[in-house]
Design a protein around this ligand. Structure first.
Ligand SMILES: Nc1ncnc2c1ncn2[C@@H]1O[C@H](COP(=O)(O)OP(=O)(O)OP(=O)(O)O)[C@@H](O)[C@H]1O
Length: 236
């Protein structure tokens, strides 16, 4: 834990793709058991921020700390082992493995999340354990990869656009699962384009544009003044 109880500290990070700069001086923090939503248009830098936390992108300036220890500069597998899971936008299911194998791939001894507990949040997957990862609907795949992210027992889950491409009724289901996870000793950084989903599960909102943080507000403030966020989103 950081000095003042913060779980994750992103401090003034820059990131580049070749010579093109994608993140400019991005700072935010996440407390224990807190859900922080990163909002902004396509290309705002949200995925790059998650990938930087996970060590999949190099941070060229600034630092990232988790539980008070610096993790920027470490390798992704070390960062995962320290207690962070990343569920990418692309979901990346292992198509040839069964649903059960996909979920349990990352299970670690001592994780509070065994298959039974994971299925308690995703009962719809219960009858599909022996299906292959490729034989699922988009919503079922999303449940499976969130389950895979939980299996190691992380204290921080990085979720990249879990609602993307899903029918509204399935988006609601994802929202319900995230709300249920609020009871766990777990923090979440949620990247979303769906403002309603973000406002319903987040404690705080960080708004990004063109690689920079342009606003920070509580979800409560966001619900009262959605226009403060909407101007930075593409409303469909
Ligand atoms: N692999 C890459 N190579 C070069 N530039 C990239 C790469 N990935 C992202 N970028 C650029 O970095 C900037 C930030 O992109 P990023 O994917 O982080 O945004 P985002 O807010 O997550 O958007 P999206 O919702 O589309 O994923 C954009 O200008 C994007 O074009």
């Amino acid at each position: 834990m950081g000095a003042d109880g913060r779980l994750l500290d992103v401090e003034a990070i820059d990131a580049h793709y070749g010579r093109s700069q994608a993140l400019f001086n991005v700072s935010f923090d996440v407390g224990r058991r807190e859900v922080v939503a990163l909002l902004g248009r396509n290309g705002a830098g949200k995925t790059t921020t998650l990938r930087s936390i996970m060590g999949l992108n190099t941070v060229s300036q600034g630092a990232i700390s988790f539980e008070g220890n610096r993790i920027s500069g470490r390798r992704p597998h070390e960062i995962a082992r320290s207690g962070i899971s990343y569920v990418p936008e692309t979901r990346d299911p292992f198509s040839l493995l069964t649903v059960e194998e996909n979920i349990m791939l990352g299970y670690r001894d001592g994780s509070p999340y065994d298959l039974k507990r994971i299925l308690s949040w995703f009962p719809d997957l219960g009858g599909l354990m022996q299906r292959r990862g490729s034989q699922l609907s988009g919503g079922q795949q999303q449940m499976m990869v969130i389950g895979r992210g939980l299996a190691p027992g992380p204290r921080l889950l990085l979720l990249d656009e879990p609602s993307q491409g899903l029918a509204p009724v399935i988006v609601k289901m994802v929202g319900r699962v995230l709300a249920e996870l609020r009871g766990e000793d777990l923090s979440i950084v949620l990247v979303e384009q769906n403002l309603n989903l973000a406002l319903s599960v987040a404690d705080r909102i960080v708004v990004m544009e063109n690689g920079s943080v342009v606003d920070r507000l509580s979800a409560e403030e966001g619900r009262r003044h959605p226009e403060r966020i909407e101007r930075y989103l593409t409303i469909h």
